[in-house]
Design a binder for this molecule. Structure first.
Ligand SMILES: [Zn+2]
Length: 144
């Protein structure tokens, strides 16, 4: 019966997402971001250890060099936090050439982050089930 086949399909889909490693999820998020929220410049994304001058680690950063953007995500964080950092930095990427380019976390960035955040929750690695996905911090107030 078709009903039974559908149930089986759903179970396999859920299992495959649960079995994805953190790195696989990050790569998938990266591909999704590039497609859904195209960057205004070429972007390179790397995950490695990031420290400031006093030796403290932080989540991530975006730098522009020679007309190209370089996103770095701290790989010493857990994968859900790295994924969250990627969404945060991607909001910087898509507003990089915007009107508020000199303001670090202004309204333009906030709107972009809210759009990315909402779309990500809806997408949920292609699973489209928001029930199983919650973040520990508050959603930004700014919305479309
Ligand atoms: Zn930021």
């Amino acid at each position: 019966m078709s009903g039974a086949i559908k149930l089986k399909d759903i179970r396999i889909k859920l299992t495959s997402i649960q079995m994805m490693t953190g790195t696989q999820k990050l790569r998938k998020t990266m591909r999704w971001l590039r497609q859904k929220f195209p960057a205004p410049l070429d972007v390179s994304v790397r995950c490695n250890v990031i420290r400031d001058r006093s030796g403290r680690t932080y989540w991530g950063e975006v730098q522009e060099r020679q007309g190209k953007l370089f996103v770095r995500i701290n790989n010493r964080k857990s994968h859900p936090l790295m994924n969250e950092a990627l969404l945060h930095e991607w909001a910087h990427v898509i507003t990089w050439l915007g009107a508020e380019r000199d303001i670090h976390h202004g309204g333009e960035w906030g709107l972009a982050y809210a759009r990315i955040f909402d779309a990500f929750q809806e997408w949920n690695y292609g699973q489209g089930n928001t029930d199983t996905f919650t973040y520990s911090h508050e959603k930004p107030e700014l919305r479309n």
